[in-house]
Ligand binder design. Sequence first.
Ligand SMILES: [Zn+2]
Length: 260
Amino acid sequence: MMTPIGIQVRAYGLLAAIFSVALAITGCAQSDPVPQVSEVVVTETVDGVEPLVNRVLTEEEQNALEPGTVLTLLQEGNQRFMAGNLTARDHTEQVRDAAMGQFPKAVILSCLDSRIPVEDVFDRGIGDIFVARVAGNFANIDILGSMEFGCKVSGAKLVLVLGHEGCGAIAGAIDGVELGNITPMLANIKPAMAYFGDYSGEKTSANKVYMDMVTEQNVVCTIEYIRKNSPILKTMETEGQIAIVGGVYDMHTGKVRFLK
Ligand SMILES: [Zn+2]
C-alpha cells in the first residue's frame, strides 16, 4: 500500500522548523546560521493516516481503517505520550480543517478525572477521537447513544472504555459515599463490586489491591453493558466493523494497559 509522505515536526523542533522555512523563503539560508535540519523530521507515515501536522482525518482515510489498526494507533500514541514525544499540532489550522466535518477514529469513554488528558494520552488531535466522560466511566443510555452516533453514524472503528488507577468514583462506591446525585451515580459501580462478593480481603478504598480489582472489573462490566444494551454496537462488533476494548490508565507512568 502506498503511503503518503508526511512532515512531522516535533515540539522541540517547531521553532527551528519555522526558522528554516523563513530562511528558505528569503533565500539567505547559506550565509546565516541554520538550525539543525535533523530537527525537522520528514517521515514516510507508517500506516498512511498517522497524524500529520495540520491534518484532520478525511472520510476516505477513516473508511480505510480497520479496528485493529486504530487500536495500534492508540497504543503507539500512548507510547509517545509516555516518552514525552507528543506530535506538534497547529490547532488553529486543525480547527479550520475540522469545521468541514468530522471522521474520528475511535470513541473513548473515560472517567471525569482531570489528571487524564485523553487526547494527549493517545497523542490525538482535533477531529481524531470522540471522548465521552463520566465519573467512573460507566455506560448508560445516553453514553450508548453517543457511542452509537460515533460508530454507526460517524464511522469510528473502535470503542475504548478507559478506567484508571486511583479512581475517586471507584473509591467512593467502595466506601459507600452518599451525597446528593453522587449517590445514584456511584450505584453504577456496584456490579463491579458485586463481582468480588467472595473476596476475603479488606473491602475499603485503602486496600489498593481491591481498588485495582474493582477498577479493572468496572471496565469489563461497562463493556458487557455496552454489548448487552446496544444491539447496534454488538452487531457492528460481531461483523468486524468495530472493536470494543478496555484499558486502565496508570497515574504514575501514563501507560494505558489494554485488557485482554
Ligand atoms: Zn476516576
